[in-house]
Design a protein around this ligand. Structure first.
Ligand code: SAM
Length: 212
């Protein structure tokens, strides 16, 4: 993934952000050593931002689309109240094994429930009111993830969507993912049901709040 800000600034921002707990640093190191496409993991800046937003929003139910090795789920679990819960889904059983081991070893892991399978099926089956969600899986399906989650989100609830700048390709969308994401950015921006701000953190995060 191409960095949208200079590497120097990205590094400066990381150095001036409190480090994540050691367990998350180890999970990141393990992911980079053993997994394909380790750069999919959100990392320190976005992970700390997720934790902070969860701390502020105090959700009871978080839904995550795209667990990978569990870094973002564990980051959010850290900020979650004791009675809060995260349902996270992925269709990669190998990544889920790594995530489950990390959850089992973490004091926050008991708040996280993994669901294996196609994310859109998991979302459609979910019979619950969602307070907060983080969408980070198949970019081409983001619109369906967004619509399905928004319908189940309580008024005032938050939806975060990752990779909404597609390494800058949204400026001249030239592949299925960047075309889908550019279209969704335009849809969200005109969607009367929500308020939004597109943050230029990492690869772009749409910060959406369902109107009360
Ligand atoms: C960008 S990674 C998620 C990174 C994770 N949120 C983190 O910060 O560590 C995307 C994940 O979505 C999963 N994924 C992709 N398409 C999917 C689908 N159709 N259904 C479920 N999971 C999917 C992939 O297996 C991958 O683990």
């Amino acid at each position: 993934m191409l960095s949208l800000v200079s590497e120097e600034i990205e590094l400066y921002a990381e150095q001036n952000t409190r480090p994540e707990p050691e367990a998350l640093q180890k999970l990141m190191a393990y992911t980079y050593e053993h997994m394909e496409l380790p750069q999919m993991l959100t990392g320190r800046l976005e992970g700390r931002m997720l934790k902070m937003l969860v701390q502020l929003a105090q959700p009871k139910l978080i839904v995550e689309v795209g667990t990978f090795t569990g870094y973002s789920a564990l980051s959010m679990a850290e900020g979650l109240p004791q009675d809060g819960k995260i349902i996270t889904c992925d269709n990669d059983p190998d990544a889920q094994k790594v995530a489950q081991a990390a959850f089992d070893a973490s004091p926050f892991g008991h708040k996280i429930e993994l669901r294996l399978g196609e994310a859109i099926d998991t979302l459609r089956k979910l019979d619950a009111v969602i307070d907060f969600s983080f969408i980070d899986a198949d970019k081409v399906v983001y619109l369906e993830y967004y619509e399905t989650i928004l319908a189940k989100t309580r008024p005032g609830g938050v939806i975060l969507l990752d990779n909404m700048l597609q390494s800058g390709h949204v400026l001249h969308p030239d592949d299925a993912a960047s075309k889908a994401i550019h279209k969704l950015n335009q849809i969200i921006c005109k969607d009367d049901r929500v308020e939004n701000v597109l943050l230029t953190v990492r690869d772009g995060v749409q910060f959406v709040r369902k109107k009360a």
